[in-house]
Write a protein that binds this ligand. Structure first.
Ligand SMILES: Cc1cc2nc3c(=O)[nH]c(=O)nc-3n(C[C@H](O)[C@H](O)[C@H](O)COP(=O)(O)OP(=O)(O)OC[C@H]3O[C@@H](n4cnc5c(N)ncnc54)[C@H](O)[C@@H]3O)c2cc1C
Length: 388
């Protein structure tokens, strides 16, 4: 039998949230081992990645403080200086960084750019990453948790961070259930070259159970996230690049002029999923393993990074004798994260329902709200502070 590897913390899942968690813990002097089911090597690609993230200015600042941003290719990151939103009746709400005395509202970054940066820092910190191996068993033994791997190795640690995504294996091993809401929507994701200058504005159109976002990327590229009913999306996914571009152009009221599709068109089924508990004995859930939200607000990753920040804060302030896997200690994490997760669920799910409401009154109120907000400096500032 192979010897058990000792660590302070095991992170299962080397997605963006898991890697950020591993870096944050390693920087606090913890011995961290990351386990991921698949290969994690990321090469720098010239082609633009269709998977992008809108990161809030707060998330960017935190990644900067963590040292991740030093490894990011800044020439491929675009600032968001404003947001323009349209409702179904074409009422427009415009929010700009200067409305809240901010330098920017956030940034748009490609998945590959951020993944590359995180992996570089993981290597520089000497964090062990075990890949292409299945997790087989998870057992609590006195003050430790033992993770058994399919290749016969086992890892023993005080705490396991479950960052293994929406179908989390760790979560199911810990017998934590989830609450689902199926939106019956698919998000179509692609990049376009736009004729008109996007001027660093993130644009979004709301309709019943549908949102179209065109987000600014360098070189007059825009990244599209179009969430719409499974039926409509299935039809759009059969179109040629040219035909899809002209549908997007029409739906976006020609705001960015003629569009040309660049690279791959991807699609993702959408659901809202929340774990009924965020912790178990020696287990803590972060990122999509803990919560999956509708991408209309571009907040899923930001929410996951805020989970990690909470853990980082707790581990920074811990006294030397504290058992970091102890349930009573982890309860602080669960309590601290509840409100943020609930707010994001309510916001995204609530907006989906609000814009789908057939009531003429509701339609009037949302339209009225958009118009009024444009003239309410304080309310605009408050709204921006929620998303930046
Ligand atoms: C269309 C779309 C657009 C989005 N846009 C935004 C946006 O603009 N801004 C934003 O903040 N968020 C956005 N999100 C949300 C964001 O993509 C997710 O919240 C984020 O990717 C979750 O990261 P994660 O690391 O928690 O999970 P994942 O990225 O799913 O990573 C999980 C990792 O765990 C590994 N794994 C899985 N199972 C196992 C196992 N059994 N053992 C070991 N390893 C395992 C996987 O290989 C993977 O590496 C968007 C989502 C979608 C669908």
């Amino acid at each position: 039998m192979k010897k058990s590897i000792q660590a302070d913390i095991i992170v299962v899942g080397a997605g963006l949230v898991g890697l950020a968690a591993a870096i944050a813990c390693a920087k606090l002097g913890k011995k961290v081992i990351v386990v991921n089911a698949q290969k994690t090597a990321v090469k720098k690609q010239q082609a633009w990645d269709a998977r992008i993230y809108a990161l809030t200015a707060n998330s960017e600042a935190w990644l900067q403080a963590l040292g991740v941003w030093d490894e990011v290719d800044a020439s491929r990151v675009n600032t968001i200086s404003g947001m323009q939103l349209w409702d179904v009746q074409d009422n427009k709400l415009a929010l700009y960084d200067h409305d809240a005395n901010l330098d920017k509202l956030g940034v748009i970054i490609e998945n590959q750019n951020l993944m590359y940066a995180l992996n570089q820092l993981i290597s520089a910190l000497g964090v062990t990453v075990i890949t292409e191996v299945e997790c087989l068993s998870l057992v609590n033994v006195q003050q430790h948790i033992n993770l058994g791997l399919a290749d016969g190795r086992s890892i023993s640690a005080n705490l396991i961070i479950a960052a293994d995504g929406v179908d989390s294996w760790v979560r199911s091993q810990a017998n934590i259930a989830v609450k689902h809401k199926n939106f019956n929507q698919i998000a179509i994701v692609a990049n376009f070259l736009a004729d008109n200058n996007h001027a660093d504005i993130a644009r979004q159109w709301f309709a019943p159970h549908e949102t179209l976002a065109l987000l600014p990327l360098p070189k007059q590229h825009v990244s599209m996230v179009w969430a719409l009913s499974t039926e409509q999306a299935t039809e759009l996914l059969t179109l040629s690049g040219e035909a899809l571009a002209s549908r997007v152009q029409a739906r976006s009221q020609n705001e960015l002029g003629s569009l040309r599709v660049l690279g791959k068109v991807l699609s993702f089924s959408l659901r809202q999923q929340t774990a009924t508990q965020l912790i178990a004995e020696r287990v803590v859930l972060v990122g999509d393993a803990a919560h999956q939200v509708h991408p209309m607000a571009g907040q899923g990753m930001n929410l996951g990074l805020r989970d990690v920040r909470q853990l980082q804060e707790m581990l920074t302030n811990v006294h030397a004798m504290q058992d970091i896997g102890e349930y009573t200690f982890l309860r602080k994490y669960a309590r601290a994260r509840l409100a943020d997760i609930a707010t994001m669920n309510t916001l995204t799910s609530g907006l989906d329902t609000l814009f789908a409401n057939d009531s003429a009154v509701i339609k009037k109120v949302t339209g009225w709200g958009f118009k009024q907000l444009n003239h309410q400096a304080t309310l605009k500032k408050l709204l921006i502070q929620q998303v930046a």
